[in-house]
Design a protein around this ligand. Sequence first.
Ligand code: DI6
Ligand code: FE
Length: 413
Amino acid sequence: MWDALWLGVDAATGVSGAAHGACGLIRDAAVAVRGSDIAWVGARAALPGPPEQLARTLHSGGGRLLTAGLIDCHTHLVFGGDRALDYELRAQGASYAKIAAAGGGIRSTVALTRALSAEELAATALPRARALRADGVTTLEVKSGYGLDVASEIRLLEAARLLGAQLDLEIVPTLLALHALPPEFAADRAGYVALVVRELIPEVAAQGLARAVDVFCEHIAFTVEECASVLQAARDHGLAVKVHADQLSDSGGARLAAEYGALSADHLEYTSAAGVAALAASGTVAVLLPGAYLMLAETQKPPVAALRAAGVPIAIATDLNPGTSPCTSLTLALSLARALFGLTAEEALAGCTRDAARALGLSASRGTLEAGKQADFALWDLGHPREFGYWLGPHRCCATIRRGVCRWSSNLE
Ligand code: DI6
Ligand code: FE
């Protein structure tokens, strides 16, 4: 007998090649849960018996749309303060790079972040995480990167863990080791990279605080060579790797990501044809971050047509961070990805479910509605999956369910 059976839903399963058309849609579906996993998915009419004899608990979705729980695969959720002042300066003509060079930007957030304890950092991030959960998110990647010394980076990763426990969200922690040069190493780039390689990565790996290591490969951040040494150290310690690649210039980030077998290469506005080919060959996911594109008034778009043609999986994330993407809605990011980059509804939905799972190395357990995967769902007041990314702004999420348990719901009446 199943523990629970969801009825009265149209299920956008996200299973590609399904006989059900775009987004693997099954009208009048049934989704069964046993323990924390999905036990059965299909048309209600194909159930092997009367529902009340099949499951202990029956839930009705009231005719709504059910998807896999959304996965925000790129966030910098935990930080101190905000950067509203930087945004004002940008409105007056200062560029992101110029503000960073003057000691503002990421480094100003580092100063505010270092002053807070893990508990204070978690408390600051809580409303942002809540907003994401109320928008259908059940799994959330959280990067460090605003501590930039061993103790502060570890504190950020601990704050991420605390948040996951408080909110019943699945937090996937990433050590963003090379984000900016901390002020105490302003005259010693090599010294900082050595600290990351010799102390930070070994310590984080030993404590099991992160699954992956990320680097910001960019002219205002770190060179390909500096990033390569950190990615190598990550791999040597059994951690996956990710790269902030080609966001502001073609800095070789996508090729670097491919060379190190990265789970994902993120941003990609300036990625060349060679970079796209490298990503395709390595099976690296392209993560698009339209919030940062919009807030920086960028005009160079990521090479979506080339990524598609090369068969590179495309994910979409909020990039939630104080400097370039203060965005607490993944469905808003979908809307932006469609409006600005021309993604289809099917690409948008896959981009925050199936391909986002892949960008976190979690495809085996998450990202689609399939028997054997974790019972993570989002229930939507939408009639058809083509509405994903059509509504401009947070969509109408009614409930998020993780491991078979409802973790958040609006008034379902
Ligand atoms: N790229 C981004 O868009 C964020 N980090 C990164 O490497 C920006 C982070 C910030 O400005 O605080
Ligand atoms: Fe980022």
